[in-house]
Design a protein around this ligand. Structure first.
Ligand code: SRM
Ligand code: SF4
Length: 550
C-alpha cells in the first residue's frame, strides 16, 4: 500500500468509485490496494486475523481476510432501528460483537467480502451510514453525548448534525455501489463542492463540547466547537479551537501529539461558514506530499496561528471575534440514572473498552426492541439510553439484572474511565496488545490502590501503537505499544483531559507496568495535596525528577 500514490488514486477515483464495483463482484476474499484505500471513504477497512497469520502461513494459505465496517453517526446518536440492525448484523455477518469507538461511532469486525454489500445496504436501510467514517475526509462529528434538555446541550447536538451534513461528500459512488444504483447524490459530478476531486490531505476531526463538559476530548480534534448560551438560554455563538491531533510515529520527532489552540468566536449564523473556511484552508494548504505531516496540526504549527487566521478570514469573508472565556473543564460520565431536565431520564452504561458482547449486548437489544429507546454512543466508548419515561425505569433495571449486567456503581472507578484501542487481532497497525490486556492491568492497578485505601479514579488509556486511537497522550496514565509486549509509559494527563502527558518509562512489559506504578501510587497516597489527582501529582512531584528506562 505504501507504494500507492494516494493523491492520484483519490483524484482519479471518479467520486470514490475506482475499481470497487468490479472487485466487489469478483469471487475473491479481498480487494486490491486501490480499492482498499478508496473503501475507507465508504467506512470499510480491509483487515486480516493477525492471530491466524502464522497458521495460515504454515498451511501455505494467504491471509484470513475480513472487513471492519465503521458507522458515521453525528453526536453519537443511534436511532433504535439503526441500533437493532447493527446488533443483528454483528451476529449474522460479523464476529458477534459491536464496538463503540472513541469517536462515538460503531464498528463491526469480521465481515466477509461476500457479505459487505448486504451489511452496508442494511445499515443504510435502517437510518445509518458508513459514508466518510474513514478516509481523508471529515470523520464522525462528536458532541457532548448526554441528552440533557439544557440549551447548551441541545445546541451542541444541533451543531454536530449541521456540521456533519455540511461536510458529507456529495460526489461519491457510495449509494450507487451499496444501494444498487439508487443514486441519491449525483455521481456524475465527480468534483465535490467542498472536497474537490482529491478530498482532504488527511483525515479531519471535529468535536462539539459544552462549556464545562469536555467528554468529547475537545483539544485533540482538528476543529473544536463550543456553543455559548446566555442566562436566558439564548445561543450567543460558538468558540472555536483548531489544530489538535494525537497521531505520531515512533522514533520520528517531526511527528507529535498536539493540543488545539483556542482560535476565536463566531455568532450562530456564521458557524457553518467558519467551519467550511477552516476545512478549505486545510484542503488547499495541508501537506499532500507527506502523509505523516498532513494533518491540520502541522499546518498550524509550521505556519503559525496568525497566518492560519488570516487565511481562514480571507476564505470566509469575515473576521473571527476573540475567544470568549469559559468555565473550567471536567470530563463527566453520567453513568447509571440521570434526569434529563425535561421529565425524561437517561441511563449511562459503562462498557469495558467499548466492546458490546454477551449479556450486555442482549440487554441493550431487549431494551431497545421492547421500549423503542434511542441510544447515544459516547466518545469514551460507552452508551447512553435516552428519552426514558420515569415509569419505565424499573423495567430497564430488570432487563439489565436479568442479563447479569452490573450496575455502574459496582464497577471500579478506574475501569469506568479506562480506554483501550482494538489493536490485535484486527488492527493492521498494532505493534502490541491493547484491548485484550487492559482489563487485567486495570485490575492490578485497582488492587494496588485499594491496598493503599485510595478510592479516586485515575484515567488509564492504552493503545497498541503510537497512533493514539484511545487518546493515550491525554491519560493520567498512558500506555503506548512500540513492539511486542513493550510499551512506553506516559504520566501526567489530567482528569479533564486538557493536558498532554509526558514519557515516564520506555520498553516496559505488560507484566511490569503495575510494578513501575506501585511506588508512585504509594508516594501519591502519602504526599498528595487534598483531592490532588494522580496526574497533577505526577506533574508536580514526579516528572522530570524521576525517569525510569529499562
Ligand atoms: Fe484510529 C488508524 C481504530 C480513533 C488516530 N484507527 C486506525 C485504524 C483504522 C487502523 C488502520 O488504519 O488500519 C484502526 C482500526 C482498528 C480496528 O481493528 O478497529 C483505528 N481509531 C480507531 C478506533 C476504533 C479506536 C477505538 O478504540 O475506538 C477509533 C475510531 C473512531 C471513529 O469512530 O471514527 C479511532 N484514531 C482515533 C483517535 C481518537 C479520536 O479521534 O478521538 C485518534 C487520535 C486522534 C487523531 O486523529 O489525531 C486516532 N487512527 C489514528 C491514526 C493516526 C493519525 C495521525 O494523524 O497520525 C491512524 C493511522 C493513520 O491514520 O494513518 C489510525
Ligand atoms: Fe491500531 Fe494503533 Fe489505533 Fe490501536 S492505536 S487501533 S493499534 S492504529
Amino acid at each position: 500500500m505504501s507504494k500507492l500514490d494516494v493523491e492520484a488514486v483519490k483524484a482519479n477515483s471518479q467520486g470514490l468509485r475506482g475499481p470497487i464495483p468490479d472487485e466487489l463482484q469478483a469471487p475473491t476474499d479481498h480487494f486490491g490496494d486501490e480499492s482498499s484505500l478508496l473503501l475507507k471513504f465508504h467506512g470499510v477497512y480491509q483487515q486480516d486475523d493477525r492471530d491466524a497469520r502464522k497458521t495460515m502461513r504454515e498451511r501455505g494459505a494467504g491471509r484470513d481476510f475480513s472487513f471492519m465496517v465503521r458507522t458515521k453517526n453525528p453526536g453519537g446518536f443511534l436511532p433504535a432501528a439503526f441500533y437493532l440492525a447493527i446488533d443483528r448484523l454483528a451476529d449474522e455477518y460479523g464476529n458477534g460483537t459491536i464496538r463503540v469507538t472513541t469517536r462515538a461511532g460503531l464498528q463491526l469486525h469480521g465481515v466477509r467480502k461476500s457479505n459487505l454489500h448486504e451489511v452496508i445496504a442494511q445499515i443504510n436501510a435502517h437510518l445509518g451510514s458508513t459514508l466518510g467514517a474513514c478516509g481523508d475526509i471529515n470523520r464522525n462529528v462528536t458532541a457532548a453525548p448526554f441528552p440533557f434538555a439544557a440549551p447548551e446541550y441541545a445546541a451542541a447536538r444541533t451543531a454536530a448534525v449541521e456540521i456533519a451534513e455540511l461536510l458529507t461528500p456529495r460526489a461519491t459512488a457510495y449509494y450507487e455501489i451499496w444501494q444498487d444504483g439508487e443514486v441519491v447524490h449525483s455521481t456524475e459530478a465527480a468534483e465535490d463542492p467542498i472536497y474537490g476531486k482529491a478530498f482532504l490531505p488527511r483525515k479531519f476531526k471535529i468535536a462539539v463540547a459544552v462549556p464545562g463538559d469536555n467528554s468529547v476530548d475537545l483539544y485533540t480534534n482538528d476543529l473544536g466547537v463550543v456553543p455559548l448560551v446566555d442566562d436566558a438560554g439564548t445561543l450567543l455563538g460558538f468558540n472555536l479551537t483548531v489544530g489538535g491531533g494525537l497521531g505520531n510515529t515512533h522514533g520520528k520527532t517531526a511527528t507529535y501529539p498536539r493540543l488545539a489552540d483556542e482560535f476565536g468566536f463566531v455568532p450562530p449564523a456564521l458557524l457553518l461558514d467558519a467551519v467550511k473556511a477552516i476545512v478549505l484552508v486545510q484542503r488547499d494548504h495541508g501537506d499532500r506530499t507527506n502523509r505523516r505531516h498532513a494533518r491540520l496540526k502541522y499546518l498550524i504549527a509550521d505556519r503559525g496561528l496568525a497566518w492560519f487566521r488570516a487565511q481562514v478570514e480571507a476564505q470566509a469573508g469575515f473576521s473571527l471575534e476573540a475567544w470568549r472565556p469559559l468555565q473550567a473543564w471536567t470530563a463527566p460520565q453520567f453513568l447509571g440514572w440521570n434526569a434529563a431536565g425535561d421529565g425524561t431520564w437517561f441511563y449511562g452504561v459503562s462498557i469495558a473498552n467499548g466492546r458490546v458482547r454477551d449479556g450486555l449486548k442482549a440487554a441493550l437489544r431487549d431494551i431497545v426492541a421492547e421500549l423503542g429507546c434511542d441510544l447515544i454512543a459516547t466518545p469514551d466508548q460507552n452508551i447512553v439510553i435516552g428519552g426514558i419515561a420515569p415509569a419505565l425505569r424499573p423495567r430497564i433495571d430488570a432487563i439489565f439484572a436479568a442479563h447479569g449486567v452490573a450496575d455502574p456503581q459496582m464497577i471500579s472507578v478506574r475501569e469506568k474511565v479506562a480506554m483501550a484501542c482494538p489493536a490485535l487481532p484486527t488492527c493492521g497497525l498494532a505493534l502490541a496488545e491493547s484491548e485484550r490486556v487492559l482489563p487485567k492491568l486495570v485490575a492490578e492497578i485497582d488492587a494496588l490502590l485499594e491496598r493503599l485505601g485510595v478510592g479516586d479514579p485515575v484515567t488509564i488509556r492504552m493503545t497498541g501503537c503510537p497512533n493514539g486511537c484511545a487518546r493515550p497522550y491525554m491519560g493520567e496514565i498512558g500506555i503506548v505499544g512500540v513492539s511486542a509486549d513493550r510499551y512506553t509509559l506516559y504520566l501526567g494527563g489530567n482528569p479533564a483531559s486538557t493536558r498532554l502527558n509526558q514519557v515516564f518509562a520506555e520498553g516496559v512489559r505488560t507484566a511490569e507496568i503495575a510494578g513501575v506504578l506501585a511506588p508512585l501510587f504509594e508516594r501519591w497516597s502519602r504526599e498528595r495535596a487534598a483531592g490532588e489527582p494522580f496526574g497533577d501529582f505526577c506533574v508536580r512531584a514526579v516528572l522530570d525528577r524521576e525517569k525510569v528506562a529499562s
